[in-house]
Design a protein around this ligand. Structure first.
Ligand code: SAM
Length: 337
């Protein structure tokens, strides 16, 4: 287990009381290290790979919806007046701003529960040439509605590495889906990345019960890069209840043992259907890599984003490659009402 997984300061007890506050303070406390220091991260290969996955998904699935909207806009003067807009829920420090710039959007709204991250995202944008209008809001998007005055219809809603924090309760997932869909135009796209619950539960099943002398140790798996620790085999009601199955996640140089929640995929797809969302795509990260690595545009991105070096050698070691595949990418489309 990683060093910081002990419960000496009552982390688990506090997490049980206010998980969202716990998550917000974790992300607020993570320093913005800047571009140069970032390159020194011991998991820089994995970070670059995750960014490549997001860039590919934006190009593959968000760009068509953006282009569809932009193509209806009459170009006047030297600068085309694009109309395409993106809502990024759980936007963090704004790490995807460049990717959205390349997708030729006109406006971006970033929302995150961690107000320090929101400040950093604002600062990041002001350092760059502004390709689009942007607004940022600190808000718990699982408990509160994104205020309507901010928004006209969005073409794309993105939730990257964030959605699973909602799965503590059904109410939170419903609020999240309300925020995803309320201002998403029909035909618009909801895309994201989240841990693959099926894989996590499959691996949990193979683990022995906790040592009765130290039951708080729980049941964990991982490697030198990541650790996932369950304290229970089931969520509430011996697993009959599809929400509230918690585990603790540690990712080297990124996530310091934070509570997350299993996303029961079938339950989620059914619920998303109630919000007019239809599943278009779901794939593990290794699968996305297999499918897209030889597409010329994405192949050259592998080098530009330093997932591979100039000789084509991967920058991920075996542990990072295994950690990458905890996640899936998914895409839903909003039906016409
Ligand atoms: N999307 C960013 C990215 O891909 O780099 C950040 C991902 S980070 C792993 C997860 C983000 O979800 C954090 O910035 C966290 O503050 C945010 N988050 C967690 N719970 C949230 C909530 N209830 N409302 C809004 N944001 C939340």
């Amino acid at each position: 287990l990683p060093e910081d997984s002990s419960d000496q300061d009552g982390r688990e007890e506090r997490a049980k009381r206010t998980t969202s506050g716990f998550v917000a303070s974790h992300y607020n406390a993570r320093p913005e290290v800047g571009k140069i220091k970032r390159e020194e991260s011991p998991i820089i290969g994995l970070k670059n790979f995750n960014n490549w996955i997001k860039a590919v998904m934006i190009a593959r699935f968000a760009r068509p919806a953006i282009r569809e909207t932009n193509s209806h806009v009459v170009t006047t003067g030297r600068r085309p007046k694009y109309r395409a807009r993106v809502l990024d829920l759980g936007c963090g420090k704004g790490g995807d701003l460049n990717k959205w710039g390349k997708a030729e959007i006109a406006a971006y709204v970033g929302v995150d529960i961690a107000e320090v991250s929101i400040e950093q995202a604002r600062a990041r944008l002001s350092e760059r040439r502004r390709l689009f209008d942007a607004d940022f809001y600190d808000l718990d998007c699982f408990k509160r509605k994104v205020p309507p005055h901010l928004l006209s219809p969005f073409d794309v809603v993105s939730m990257q590495f964030c959605m699973h924090y909602a799965f503590e309760t059904e109410d939170q997932v419903r609020m999240m889906l309300t925020n995803v869909t309320k201002y998403l135009r029909p035909g618009g796209v909801f895309l994201g990345t989240t841990p693959n619950a099926k894989q996590l539960l499959r691996r949990l099943k193979k683990l022995p019960d906790p040592d009765p002398a130290h039951p708080e140790g729980g049941m964990s798996f991982g490697n030198g890069v990541y650790n996932i620790r369950f304290t229970s085999r089931h969520g509430p009601g011996k697993g009959a209840h599809p929400y509230g199955h918690q585990y603790w996640f540690w990712l080297k140089d990124a996530v310091d043992n934070v509570p997350e929640w299993i996303v029961r995929w079938d339950t989620f797809v059914t619920l998303a259907g109630e919000f007019e969302l239809e599943l278009q795509y779901k794939e593990e990260f290794h699968g996305i890599y297999e499918q897209e690595q030889n597409v010329p545009e994405f192949k050259s991105l592998l080098q530009t984003m330093r997932v591979v070096d100039s000789k084509g050698e991967s920058s991920l070691d075996q542990d990072q490659w295994e950690a990458a595949n905890i996640y899936i990418g998914f895409v839903f489309k909003k039906r016409a009402p």
